[in-house]
Design a protein around this ligand. Structure first.
Ligand code: N01
Length: 520
């Protein structure tokens, strides 16, 4: 059959690489274009440790938790929801969306919730995955076997307490953004928030109006801007945030799929347009830096000194950009102290900074992020009992972010080098799922017992990633979970290219990049 061009040649092909308005607007229309692979009857079981589906959107319950990608993009291509109640939807609304999708498409019958996977081992004798799990309710440990294993365990799931000296000596309330205790009443309290990543940026403006005092500890600087600074314009009641639609037209989108698609295209175009900003030395990067500096200073004009503590020396998008509606404004409020001095230790009653000052508080919120090293607490053992954690200790690598050699019939949702630095992750998740289905369909129809990428394909892709990232701002020096929480080093979390590029590459598997064993 016809050879599918490699990801490299696809990237070199300017026609594919170039982001033109047409191509961008095609995204929202085109991402259901792929034909669904014909998977024959499957015995499918979905295990999840939580008692409800939804993952991130079920687990994260901190005040202000929302998606900072526009809701009209952050949805499935085949299940558009024109009724999102705000531009950036809040976590509970997103969770309801996913529950309704699961109910509508009859997914729940496959789900066994409240079961946590402990480990998975490839059993060479029978060519199957043996997965050990525990039923959280009964504590019963049990095993399941499968021909193929898909892991969708999330790259931002394993939260940890930061290694701040004496943190656990604190006698007030200690909270983590990713494991929020909703029973804690923070109203009228003195609260410290450590961390200015996407989580901290959402927590601060949500707590600020209700607390007596908020101390915000900022270790690393951060750019606060969205491709959608327009939301700010929206607040000024002009029409810009409606993307050219009158308020009335926008309200009517619920009843008008054609106009809704046009509306989505405009938002998608703006979102995808951010890609060029990631290119080191590009004019777009230069302009973004100027614009963002100007916008941040404007929003902080009531307390200009805060801008001096916050404005980064690294380029925008080096670490994940977040629009932070209300964040900078909250930092200028009278009850907020921005503390750029580093923390030296925690005491029973508060935090001591390196200048020797002690700041008493009732609660400490750690919005300090996740373990993003790809070292999973759910170990996987492949051929010859090799552990995936061991394999990835120095360098998490994969074939197209989805498979690894030595781990047959194993597919990963959001493995190394599959996230997007700009753009909409759900589009990738959808493509990856279709890719897995193509592999399963091929196994079913061609008597394939095992499929795994060739070692050379993994190596090529990893080399390609390293080459690609050299030309992007992701490799600049800034502390980022894209580099496993480090300031420098390999970009292990991101896809090497634009969303369009990812869509093209994931559209059709290159079967020659895989090795196979056939049923005898
Ligand atoms: O975590 P982060 P996050 N002492 O790692 C600081 C997704 N997400 O939970 O920059 C003092 O980004 C650390 O400082 P520094 C999204 O993809 C999405 O906020 O390393 N400070 C940083 O400021 C996001 O990118 C949404 O110097 C310490 C912060 O804590 C990802 O999750 C919403 C410290 C950690 O920032 C992670 O975001 C929320 C220490 N010991 C999250 N350790 C959406 O809306 C760390 N810090 C889609």
């Amino acid at each position: 059959g016809e050879m599918v061009p490699s990801w490299e040649s696809q990237r070199r092909d300017p026609d594919v690489f170039e982001i033109t308005p047409d191509r961008i607007s095609n995204i929202s229309e085109c991402y259901p274009l792929h034909t669904n692979p014909r998977v024959h009857k499957l015995d499918l079981t979905v295990y999840d440790k939580n008692e409800e589906l939804g993952g991130t959107w079920f687990e994260n319950k901190y005040p202000g938790c929302a998606c900072d990608i526009p809701a009209h993009c952050y949805q499935l291509s085949f299940e558009a929801n024109p009724a999102w109640s705000s531009f950036y939807a809040k976590a509970p609304e997103i969770l309801e969306y996913w529950k309704s999708v699961a109910d509508k498409y009859g997914c729940r019958k496959y789900m066994k919730l409240g079961r946590k996977a402990l480990e998975a081992r490839w059993d060479e004798k029978v060519s199957k995955w043996a997965v050990k799990l525990v039923n959280i309710g009964t504590r019963e440990v049990f095993e399941d076997q499968a021909d193929a294993l898909i892991t969708a365990i999330g790259a931002l799931n394993e939260w940890e307490w930061p290694p701040i000296p004496r943190l656990h000596n604190f006698e007030g309330k200690l909270l983590h953004s990713a494991a929020w205790d909703q029973s804690y009443d923070y109203k009228g309290k003195k609260v410290a928030v450590i961390g200015a990543g996407s989580s901290g940026i959402q927590v601060v403006p949500s707590l600020q109006p209700d607390v007596e005092r908020l101390d915000h500890y900022i270790r690393g600087r951060t750019w606060i801007a969205g491709v959608f600074a327009r939301e700010e314009l929206d607040k000024r009641a002009d029409n810009a945030g409606n993307f050219g639609f009158t308020a009335e037209e926008k309200a009517n989108l619920v009843n008008d799929p054609v106009s809704y698609l046009a509306f989505r295209k405009k938002i998608e175009a703006e979102l995808q347009g951010g890609h060029i900003v990631t290119m080191r030395g590009s004019d777009a990067q230069k302009f973004a830096r100027e614009d963002f500096t100007h916008m941040m200073r404007n929003r902080l004009s009531k307390k200009p000194e805060v801008a001096e503590h916050l404005l980064p020396d690294f380029p925008p998008l080096c670490k994940r950009l977040t629009p932070g509606p209300g964040y900078l404004e909250a930092l200028t409020a009278d009850n907020v102290n921005v503390i750029p001095t580093q923390i030296s230790r925690v005491t029973s009653t508060g935090i001591t900074t390196e200048d020797g000052v002690h700041h008493s508080v009732d609660a400490i919120v750690c919005a300090t992020g996740f373990d993003t090293s790809f070292q999973s607490r759910f170990p996987l053992y492949g051929i010859n009992g090799i552990s995936l954690n061991e394999r990835w200790r120095d360098c998490p690598s994969s074939y197209l972010g989805m498979t690894v050699d030595g781990f047959p019939n194993h597919f990963m949702s959001l493995g190394p080098n599959s996230g997007l630095g700009t753009g909409n992750l759900l589009m990738i998740l959808e493509r990856q799922s279709t890719y897995f289905a193509s592999c399963l369909a091929r196994m079913q129809t061609q008597n394939i017992r095992t499929i795994s990428p060739k070692p050379s394909a993994v190596e090529d892709f990893s080399n390609f990633c390293d080459q690609y990232f050299k030309n992007t701002v992701f490799s600049d020096e800034c502390s980022s979970w894209y580099k496993g929480g480090k300031k420098t080093g390999r970009v292990s979390a991101l896809w090497p290219g634009s969303s369009l590029h990812a869509i093209q590459v994931l559209e059709t598997p290159r079967w020659e990049d895989f090795g196979y064993e056939y049923v005898d």
